[in-house]
Design a protein around this ligand. Structure first.
Ligand SMILES: [Zn+2]
Length: 156
C-alpha cells in the first residue's frame, strides 16, 4: 500500500506515470493525466555466442579384442577335451574350416565367436575393457583410430 504521489490516495495499484516530465507513482485515476509506463520488467536478452561444436565421437568404454596367440590356446584347450575340430565347430556353430584357420592363427574369431569359445573351452582369449557404465569422449583429430589408440585414450 502506497500513496499516490499526485493526489495522496492510498492505493495498492499505483502505476508509474510521467506527468509534466516527472516520473511519479500515481493511482489509476491520476494516471490519466500523464503517460503511464508499462510495468513489465525489462528483459535483457543475452545473445548466446555461437559455439563451435568440436568433432567428437563417443566411445563406449568397452574395447574388446581377441588376444594374440588365441589360436594356440584354443587348439590346446580343444585337444585337452578330446574334441575334434568338427565337433568343436558344431558346438560353436561355425564351419570346421574356420576352426582350422583360428587355431593356426590365420584368422581371429569375431568377438561373439570368441566368447562362445571361451565358454565352451573355459579359456580366456578376449581381452580389453568392458565397462559400459563409463564412456570416453574422444576428439578426433586425424585419421582412423585403432584399438591401440582407443586404449591409449581410455580414461583411468
Ligand atoms: Zn491519484
Amino acid at each position: 500500500m502506497a500513496d499516490c504521489e499526485m493526489c495522496g490516495v492510498g492505493s495498492s495499484k499505483l502505476s508509474d506515470a510521467i506527468i509534466e516530465g516527472t516520473l511519479m507513482k500515481v493511482c489509476k485515476k491520476c494516471g490519466g493525466f500523464g503517460d503511464v509506463i508499462g510495468v513489465e520488467p525489462r528483459s535483457i536478452r543475452y545473445e548466446k555466442p555461437i559455439q563451435k561444436v568440436p568433432r567428437q565421437i563417443f566411445v563406449e568404454d568397452s574395447v574388446l579384442f581377441v588376444i594374440e596367440g588365441a589360436g594356440k590356446i584354443v587348439k590346446d584347450a580343444r585337444e585337452k577335451r578330446d574334441l575334434k575340430q568338427s565337433q568343436f565347430a558344431s558346438m560353436i556353430g561355425i564351419k570346421e574350416s574356420m576352426i582350422h584357420k583360428i587355431e593356426t592363427s590365420m584368422m581371429k574369431p569375431d568377438l561373439s565367436t570368441a566368447k562362445k569359445i571361451e565358454k565352451i573351452l573355459d579359456v580366456k582369449i578376449v581381452d580389453g575393457y568392458d565397462d559400459p557404465e563409463k564412456g570416453v569422449e574422444l576428439n578426433l583429430n586425424d585419421g582412423d583410430l585403432t584399438v591401440g589408440d582407443l586404449i591409449k585414450f581410455k580414461k583411468d
